[in-house]
Design a protein around this ligand. Structure first.
Ligand code: AMP
Ligand code: ZN
Length: 693
């Protein structure tokens, strides 16, 4: 179903209509059921996502949701952009409209010690002419801030902080966040119009899942949950946002003539309307503040979301008004920042893992330790050079930190606690799986097992990569099945997959007819997967998704790709000498050429289709193009596709390397300023369409 931001402009009106309907005629049958289901589902959402206390099973929930979806499909006149069915998001893309904040969104002053907090309190007291102050302590959530406005109990708008004065209208994405109420429960005493401010968060668990998936698809990883939350909130496709598992915690209530005199009272009210509210505690003395800091520096590590400190606020809202703000931040609140999270634990052993390209990764096995909400048992040691730099010895006490990687990294060693006689950790000289002597790649830190065709993790790794969602998208083959297929002797390389049959699969241990059929269906459908993804699926070192696209567009078919020299390949924009060399080496191996022939024989797409060939041009070859603003003729997604079709590349941020900006209405002021500063051309959609005509 479609959710247009413009729909939200009329919410107040719609809401009034609904009330009128209720007064004049009682909704009958389906209509009454729709209203009842919406209320019930809103309540169960709250129980599940805010209170963590579901009262019905997931199946029962799905059942009610299905019923509501069916009824809404039957009655389009009852459509409501805030129905619980809308939480799943929309496939339609939307440009973001910019909205001016009614009250600017400010940042907070920082402090790093209890003395600095004391200074802050002294200044506040002075500013208030010596009045006593009451202090409230809260978590400082490390996500991305959001302002959400409600009118007559209904969510009307959600806007990012932006530059503090204006932000992006991300309403369609925010309503997919299940812990944010769309309609407040009837009978609670919410003001007719108010704004809540809080932090959109990607919980650790979702963050890790997302990065794991991205690593598997060879996409760049998010450095931390904050970047991931901000990136997710700005996605164009709200259905994708819905899948990521965002959450939100609120810490401010704003509005005209609100009936509360303290922040804690206001937060209690916000909580009673169904929001997840920051943990808020009144602190009676500076000692209580110190205790609060000490306690939460420890306890925050078991929270499900990232925090980077605490916030101390005066409790009296009257004092907020009296103190006011500096140009950047309020005088009645201050942030207290924690040192980055780091833990010390014992190194139990180091294991060496073999990836699909044969690269050996050293992994530290640790005494389990709690870090940023998850138990850490393993940490990456990256490569031999890092091991040497750390000078890590057997059973050392090591410091671990969580960075952008899926598994945390070791950042240092406590040499004082080293066991006498401990030996330095040594990198293996032979493959830990197949025993082949390792080779060091020229100019790189990595050691590689060269036994491509018999080393088990390399074989199964390539199969897993081949069937992956961004490659041939064959469902039903995960790590376990890949290993099973290999061990059975049926699949030793990716081409062997096309000799499988349902009969052969059900002959395997624990294999159900259903899963066999699913795999065969996936294999059948993979014959239609476009050429660029076939190139990606082959596991040529350094050829990721983007490179595979560039190759398909420029080289057009596999025969040409197989005979090109490194020089010819490197002449293609975006293909560097390292990638070119790797492609040549890949096709120099007879086994690889045989596999390609068998895949061709199996019916895979080994060239661009006629249609793709006809539509493709190189008019934008080598151009890096930023898209910004809202467009009239086509959606952002369509413009992205056009850029690719004509050989250009869509990039997200402006830099010196940007060729031009394809700008619609309401281009972001920050982007505009940056473009002007760097002297980058701004091209409107009409001129762009002429360019590619
Ligand atoms: P900073 O961005 O480091 O200047 O910190 C200010 C930001 O902290 C605010 O804009 C909020 O987005 C965020 N924040 C997180 N938790 C809280 C909280 N409990 N109270 C106020 N602001 C918070
Ligand atoms: Zn090996």
């Amino acid at each position: 179903m479609q959710i247009q931001p413009s729909l939200f402009d009329n919410l107040e009106l719609e809401n009034n209509n609904e009330q009128q309907v209720k007064q004049t005629q009682l909704p009958a049958g389906d209509e009454a059921r729709i209203i009842e289901l919406r209320e019930t589902l809103h309540r169960h959402n709250h129980n599940y996502y805010v209170l963590n206390q579901p009262t019905i099973s997931d199946q029962e929930f799905d059942h009610l949701m299905r019923e509501l979806q069916d009824l809404e499909a039957k009655h389009p006149e009852m459509a409501d952009p805030l129905s619980p069915t809308q939480r799943v998001g929309s496939d339609l893309s939307q440009g973001f409209k910019q909205v001016v904040h009614e009250r600017p969104m400010m940042s907070l002053g920082n402090s790093y010690s209890i003395e600095e907090v004391q200074d802050f309190l002294r200044r506040a007291k002075e500013g208030l002419g010596g009045e006593p102050v009451e202090i409230v302590g809260e978590m400082k959530y490390d996500g991305t801030s959001i302002s959400v406005t409600y009118e007559n109990g209904r969510l009307v708008r959600a806007v990012t902080r932006g530059d503090g004065v204006r932000g992006d209208d991300v309403t369609a994405n925010v309503i997919t966040i299940r812990s944010i109420p769309l309609e407040l429960p009837k009978g609670t005493d919410y003001p007719p119009k108010f704004e809540v401010r809080g932090e959109i968060m990607l919980p650790w668990a979702s963050f890790e899942r997302l990065n794991k998936e991205r690593a598997f698809n060879e996409e760049p990883l998010f450095a931390n949950p904050r970047n991931a939350a901000a990136g997710t909130l700005k996605m164009q496709n709200s259905a994708e946002v819905a899948k990521r598992g965002l959450d939100a915690y609120f810490y401010f209530l704003l509005g005209d003539n609100l009936p509360y005199s303290t922040h804690t009272e206001a937060m209690d009210a916000v909580r009673s309307w169904g929001f997840k509210v920051a943990h808020t505690e009144v602190l009676e003395s500076i000692d209580a503040v110190a205790d609060f800091i000490a306690r939460w520096d420890k306890d925050r590590k078991s929270l499900p979301v990232a925090t980077d400190g605490l916030v101390f606020k005066l409790n009296s809202l009257r004092q907020w008004l009296n103190l006011g703000a500096t140009a950047k931040s309020p005088r009645w609140a201050i942030a207290y920042k924690f040192a980055p999270e780091r833990e010390c634990t014992k190194l139990k052993s180091v294991s060496f893992e073999v990836g699909r390209t044969g690269v050996i990764t050293p992994v530290a096995n640790l005494e389990p330790v709690l870090l940023s909400g998850t138990i850490v048992k393993r940490a990456s040691l990256h490569n031999e050079d890092i091991i040497r730099q750390l000078d890590i010895h057997d059973h050392d006490m090591v410091y671990v930190e969580k960075g952008g990687e899926i598994i945390p990294k070791i950042v240092g060693v406590d040499t004082k606690q080293r066991e006498p006689g401990a030996e330095p950790v040594k990198f293996v000289t032979h493959c830990p799986v197949c025993g082949t002597p390792l080779q060091r790649v020229e100019g790189e830190a990595a050691w590689v097992c060269p036994n491509k065709w018999e080393c088990k993790p390399q074989i199964t790794g390539r199969i897993e990569h081949f069937v992956g969602r961004h490659a041939m998208n064959i469902d039903g083959i995960g790590e376990e099945v890949a290993v099973q297929l290999h061990e059975s002797g049926m699949v030793n390389n990716i081409a062997d997959l096309y000799d499988l049959t349902v009969e052969k699969l059900v002959g395997l241990d624990r294999f159900q007819l259903k899963s066999a059929q699913r795999i065969m269906r996936g294999i059948e459908q993979s014959r239609q997967v476009p050429f660029e993804r076939v190139i990606y699926a082959l596991s040529i070192q350094f050829v990721g998704e983007t490179t595979a696209k560039v190759l398909a567009r420029n080289v057009h078919n596999i025969d040409r790709l197989m005979e090109m020299s490194a020089e010819e390949l490197a002449a293609i924009p975006e293909i560097g000498p390292k990638i070119a060399q790797s492609i040549v080496e890949y096709f120099a191996v007879d086994t690889n050429r045989d596999i390609v022939e068998r895949l061709r024989w199996a019916g895979l797409q080994m060239a661009l289709s006629e249609e793709e060939l006809a539509n493709r041009t190189t008019k934008l070859e080598g151009k890096k193009i930023v898209i910004s603003g809202v467009f009239q003729h086509h959606s952002r997604e369509e413009y992205k596709a056009m850029i690719e079709q004509h050989g250009g590349k869509n990039v997200s941020s402006i830099s010196k390397a940007t060729s031009f900006i394809l700008a619609g209405d309401n281009m972001g002021p920050a982007k505009l300023e940056k473009a002007q500063k760097l002297g980058i051309d701004i091209i409107d959609e009409n001129r762009f369409l002429e360019m590619i005509e």
